[in-house]
Design a protein around this ligand. Structure first.
Ligand code: C2E
Ligand code: CA
Ligand code: CA
Length: 662
């Protein structure tokens, strides 16, 4: 603040205060100078001079004035002359200037920032509000008013709590803000004036006074209704079959899990049904996919109609539907539903101008199963469905742990084997076959091995029978044959001498109509002469499928009777059979040179081979004594741990290169 006085002629008489030097107003500088001199202006209308003149005329004046880049609020008062009798007129003017530059700047900044916030507030797409402590709206931006459909006056007279749909949510929200002073992205539903529901995210903070007292709240409401709806749609799509709009497998599994838990708690039975249409494929292929879709829709509807309200039907995939029956009073109730369901599906369908019937097979699994997850019920219902199918249409079977559990395990193992095949976990080991006269390796037998990621090396006795029962042996055998031929070719390229390949062939492979052309392809592809390939078939197979054996032979490959002596061969069949060799089963070789009976059997087989002009291979040779005896008896080929165990291809090649002799 600067203070000064001037006399009636507007000449400085005194000055004091802070910052005088900046203004050139120090007493010794200005004393005696006129205002006109100080401001360097003769203009009588120049604001400070004009104002001083008015003050000198007896008026109190205030004005704002900017001088040397600073802003001042200036206050002028007339100074009364002190005469003897108290009067005496005006002697001069006292002036007082406050530098308000900084304050002005602050005010300006504040105004600007407020404008910015105002703009945010006005233009935000989210609702923004300020409330009092007791939840009255004080301010709400246009977006908020539009969202809720009130004008600001109505809004102000409203208790914001009335906007909440769920009072529990409201209390949770309030508790949170009281405890922490802020809440972020609190999800709830709010109600508009038009009673519409909005999914909203609330973010709120406390407005507090200088001493920390709560003045009220301010916050943002984001309308996420559309997003929610979209998410809901996505979720629906993920959990429902698009065609029938029934729950899909994912949702069904989830429902079962809940149902199992509940059934356990209430110790009540529940059931899972597996419904499979028996002739859907025929319809789908015959009438086209559009018609097939309509049939599936209708099937879904019919199943639904046979159920009780609390039951769930799901489309499990393809023409498979699953049903969850909850809150059953008894097992019989489940059977009643199944019977209604079969009846509903047995009625004729009319689609694409055609009338036809479909039958269904239903597997029933009653739960909960002790110590088993929800997946177990579906598995059991699936197994039971296969059982029902065996009865040939419009039938059901209730899973019975005593008789069907084995089946379940088989299904699992089958699935595992199928995956192994896909993931190429099956490989081959090779066991050499030795010519006894020369003592040299002349052939190999490829033996399947499963490189199981968890169990390590799995032996064929553990998976070949299953592969045979399920028919998986066909693709598996084909794959392995291709591999064996490829290996053989690689060895051909590495070593001059030639090996023969003795490949095991199972009954489903032999029955496969495509076997011969596929074999021809493989041989051609690998460029291997057919007569190097020996197919080993069991005695029984050789007997029962003579025409298939003939077929094989017509390709030029050799045929060998495996495990000879364990079947029910008769000499007459052997005569008819055009086999090239016999493999003496290792159980007979085992007792050679020890057990006179085994010795006699081996001798007989060798004589038989000689008569019928069949090469004889002894397998399972484990000791030198066995080898010596076989040599004595004139056996031509032998195989067994005594020579070598089955080994991976690379090791076989090493052995083959070394060309050991026994
Ligand atoms: P197999 O055709 O009789 O094969 C000979 C089996 O005897 C092999 O068992 C072999 O490891 C074993 N072995 C060889 N020498 C000796 C020995 O000195 N002592 C004893 N105790 N055993 C010996 P592996 O590899 O476990 O194969 C078992 C069976 O699985 C085979 O019997 C064959 O029937 C079947 N198999 C293996 N691989 C395949 C395949 O790729 N396709 C088909 N269809 N069947 C296969
Ligand atoms: Ca064999
Ligand atoms: Ca054998």
């Amino acid at each position: 603040m600067v203070v000064w006085t001037v006399d009636r002629d507007l000449r400085f008489t005194a000055s004091s205060g802070g910052g005088l030097e900046h203004l050139g107003l120090r007493g010794d500088e200005v004393k005696g100078r006129t205002l006109a001199e100080y401001f360097g202006s003769d203009d009588p209308d120049f604001l400070p001079i004009a104002m001083h003149r008015r003050a000198a005329a007896g008026e109190t004046v205030r004005f704002d004035f900017t001088w040397q880049d600073r802003h001042f609020e200036v206050h002028l008062e007339p100074l009364q002359a002190r005469g003897e009798n108290g009067g005496g007129g005006v002697a001069g003017v006292i002036g007082l200037a406050v530098d308000v530059t900084d304050r002005r700047r602050m005010e300006q900044a504040l105004r600007e920032s407020e404008e910015r916030y105002r703009a945010l507030f006005e233009q935000s797409k989210d609702a923004i509000y300020i409330t009092s402590r007791d939840g009255r709206v004080l301010e709400m931006n246009p977006a908020g008013l539009e969202l809720f459909g009130y004008d600001i006056e109505q809004m102000r007279s409203l208790d914001v709590h009335a906007l909440y749909v769920d009072p529990v949510d409201r209390r949770r929200f309030q508790r949170a803000i009281e405890e922490r002073g802020w809440v972020q992205d609190f999800e709830t539903q709010l109600r508009t004036r038009g009673e519409e529901l909005i999914d909203a995210l609330l973010t709120t903070t406390v407005r507090s006074g200088p001493d920390g007292e709560v003045l009220g709240y301010q916050g943002i409401i984001r309308d996420v209704t559309d997003r929610k709806r979209f998410e809901e749609q996505l979720r629906r799509r993920a959990l429902h079959d698009p065609l029938t709009e029934l729950p899909n497998r994912l949702l069904f599994d989830d429902r079962i899990a809940t149902a199992v838990a509940r059934a356990r708690r209430e110790s009540r039975p529940m059931a899972v049904l597996f419904v499979d249409l028996d002739r859907f494929k025929v319809v789908n292929d015959g009438l086209g996919h559009a018609a097939g879709d309509r049939v599936l829709l209708e099937v879904g509807r019919r199943i639904r109609s046979a159920l009780r309200r609390e039951d769930t039907v799901a489309r499990f995939g393809g023409d498979e539907f699953t049903v969850l029956l909850e809150e059953l009073g008894s097992r019989q109730e489940a059977i009643d539903v199944v019977e209604r369901l079969l009846e509903a599906l047995d009625r004729p369908f009319r689609v694409a101008g055609q009338e036809f019937r479909l039958s269904a097979s239903v597997g029933v699994a009653i739960g909960p199963v002790p110590d088993a997850g929800p997946g177990e019920l579906v598995r059991r219902a699936d197994v039971a469905m296969y059982r029902a199918k065996e009865q040939g249409g419009t039938a059901y079977h209730v899973f019975d742990p005593d008789t069907d559990l084995e089946q379940t395990r088989r299904f699992e193992r089958e699935g595992e084997l199928r995956r192994a095949l896909e993931k190429d976990e099956l490989t081959l080991f090779y066991q050499p076959i030795v010519s006894l006269p020369s003592g040299r390796i002349v052939g190999v037998e490829p033996l399947a091995r499963w490189l199981h990621p968890g169990r390590g090396l799995v032996m064929p006795t553990e998976f070949i029978p299953l592969a045979e029962e399920t028919g998986l042996i066909v693709p598996l055998g084909h794959r392995l044959l291709e591999r064996a031929c490829a290996d053989l070719r690689a060895w051909d390229a590495a070593v001059e001498r030639r090996l023969s390949l003795h490949v095991n062939l199972s009954s489903p492979q032999l029955d496969e109509p495509g076997l011969l052309p596929a074999l021809a392809d493989v041989l051609e592809e690998a460029e291997i002469d057919a007569d190097r390939l020996h197919f080993e078939v069991t005695e029984r197979l050789a007997m029962e499928r003579p025409e298939r054996i003939e077929g094989l032979k017509s390709l030029g490959v050799r045929v060998s009777v495996d495990d000879f002596g364990t079947g029910y061969s008769s000499l007459s069949y052997l005569k008819r059979l055009r086999a090239d060799s016999l493999k003496i089963d290792r159980s007979f070789v085992h007792g050679l040179a020890q057990d006179p009976r085994d010795d006699a059997i081996v001798r007989t087989i060798l004589t038989l081979g000689e008569t019928l002009e069949l090469t004889v291979i002894a397998e399972g040779v484990e000791t030198e004594a066995q080898l010596e005896r076989l040599r004595e008896l004139g056996c031509e080929l032998a195989q067994g741990f005594y020579f070598a165990r089955p080994v991976p291809a690379a090791e076989l090649l090493e052995l083959w290169r070394r060309d050991p002799s026994w």
